[in-house]
Design a protein around this ligand. Structure first.
Ligand SMILES: Cc1cc2nc3c(=O)[nH]c(=O)nc-3n(C[C@H](O)[C@H](O)[C@H](O)COP(=O)(O)OP(=O)(O)OC[C@H]3O[C@@H](n4cnc5c(N)ncnc54)[C@H](O)[C@@H]3O)c2cc1C
Length: 398
């Protein structure tokens, strides 16, 4: 029997997330908290931030006051381990991307990848002077791996750190670093040993050190002028700023990349939902050739195809998180799902733009912006070829 349309959830942002057996009431409360913050502090300002090209530093402290920055970090450094399961991170990323605020997220959450190694390996002094202020929103940290000579082959990076008595001497350059211009600290991947992945270490560098020059990356037309390049010229870094074992930094990088990929998956699926919800609402009211767009079979098939892709990706995401929580190795699946999720966004974004027609460009919705951002997610956090190769190795294909 055909179900009444009224019994179905609306195909809005929430209705497009298929129900999950793993999402609890606690997760729903967290979702409400993040959504409240985004609705109050971010959404009303997005147009103004886009026009000015940036957003205020005070947003970090507001986010900390709302209990968002410390998510998953130990209480001893001002964090909150109650919300340590991966769904909290996924929900945070989804809610930040619901209005298409990917750029704000990229800066605001960069401590997710920059801070954990400092918390794990830094001594008490770094916990007090770096981790605590970052989680309180008073200081900022960036994570710098990519270099002008390449980002995919992280094991080939060229920035060097030479040991000199009680300090390191750093020379080289990084580029496309999220939050580089706002950062007080830069967790930097440097070459301390022989060529290859086995010669890489992590150094925590004060961004104000002599010999550091930071510049905006001009080609990136996001409304955040904080993504930048960093030059290091004979920068002296105290010996105790080595984070983790010397020449074993590559393993630390890999761990952080997984966190980045999980956030990217959540981001792209959330943006897919926003774009599709707009397209469905428009297709249900817009008329062409005397009938609603949804009454044209070719267009409603596009919408169904988009719903199918989103549901399939979420089923895979739920399964990955379930396995992650059981302690399984899901590196290959997270890599494959990141590719699938970004492809979903590219496809859904394209079709949503298509259905909206001129409406996509009249400034009344965020689909055009989401469509522009889609490609970035297919590059940052590992490109398709790199992730497919990673999956092939993990799966034992070669
Ligand atoms: C918005 C944004 C924010 C970013 N933020 C950060 C950040 O905070 N910190 C940071 O360190 N980096 C950051 N990055 C950089 C990002 O990690 C790199 O862009 C990414 O790793 C790819 O490196 P690349 O751009 O140098 O491409 P390249 O490595 O030059 O690759 C170019 C192309 O060649 C392909 N390719 C490379 N090797 C192979 C191969 N073996 N087989 C097949 N194809 C291959 C790649 O898939 C890609 O399509 C950011 C990037 C963006 C766009």
């Amino acid at each position: 029997m055909q179900q009444s349309a009224r019994a179905l959830p609306p195909l809005d942002f929430d209705g497009l997330r298929p129900p999950s057996p793993f999402v609890t009431e606690q997760h729903a409360l967290w979702c409400a908290r993040v959504r409240d913050f985004v609705t109050r502090e971010i959404e009303p300002n997005l147009s103004a931030w886009e026009a000015s090209g940036t957003f205020p530093d005070s947003l970090y402290e507001s986010a900390a006051r709302a209990g968002l920055l410390g998510m998953g970090f130990p209480e001893a450094v001002g964090g909150n381990t109650e919300n340590a399961d991966p769904y909290y991170r996924v929900i945070f990323s989804e809610e930040m991307h619901r209005p298409g605020a990917g750029v704000v997220f990229a800066d605001l959450a960069t401590h997710w990848i920059g801070l954990p190694p400092v918390v794990q390996f830094g001594g008490q002094e770094l916990l007090d002077t770096v981790a605590r202020p970052v989680l309180a929103g008073k200081r900022r940290i960036a994570f710098a791996v990519t270099e002008p000579s390449g980002g995919s082959d992280a094991g080939a990076l060229r920035t060097t750190a030479e040991r000199r008595d009680d300090h390191w001497l750093v020379n080289g350059s990084k580029t496309l670093i999220s939050g580089a211009l706002r950062a007080d600290y830069i967790l930097t991947a440097v070459r301390t040993g022989a060529a290859g992945a086995g010669g890489i270490s992590l150094l925590l560098i004060d961004a104000a050190s002599a010999g550091i020059e930071r510049r905006i990356v001009p080609g990136l037309r996001w409304y955040n002028s904080s993504i930048g390049s960093i030059e290091f010229r004979d920068v002296r870094v105290p010996g105790n700023r080595l984070i983790g074992p010397e020449n074993k930094g590559f393993a630390g990088l890999a761990k952080q990349f997984n966190i980045e990929r999980l956030s990217g998956i959540a981001a792209t699926l959330a943006m897919s939902r926003t774009a599709l919800a707009e397209a469905i609402a428009w297709a249900q009211k817009r008329e062409a050739f005397g009938k609603k767009l949804v009454e044209h079979q070719a267009l409603r098939h596009k919408l169904v195809d988009a719903v199918r892709s989103i549901r399939a990706a979420y089923a895979y995401l739920d399964q990955c998180i379930w396995r992650l929580q059981r302690g399984e190795n899901v590196v290959a699946d997270i890599a494959m799902l990141k590719v699938q999720a970004t492809r979903t966004l590219e496809r859904v974004g394209r079709e949503a733009m298509h259905v909206l027609g001129q409406h996509a460009y009249d400034g009344s919705n965020r689909v055009e912006r989401i469509y522009r951002e889609a490609r970035i997610f297919a590059i940052g956090g590992g490109t398709e070829e790199i992730l497919d190769d990673l999956a092939a190795r993990q799966l034992g294909i070669f």
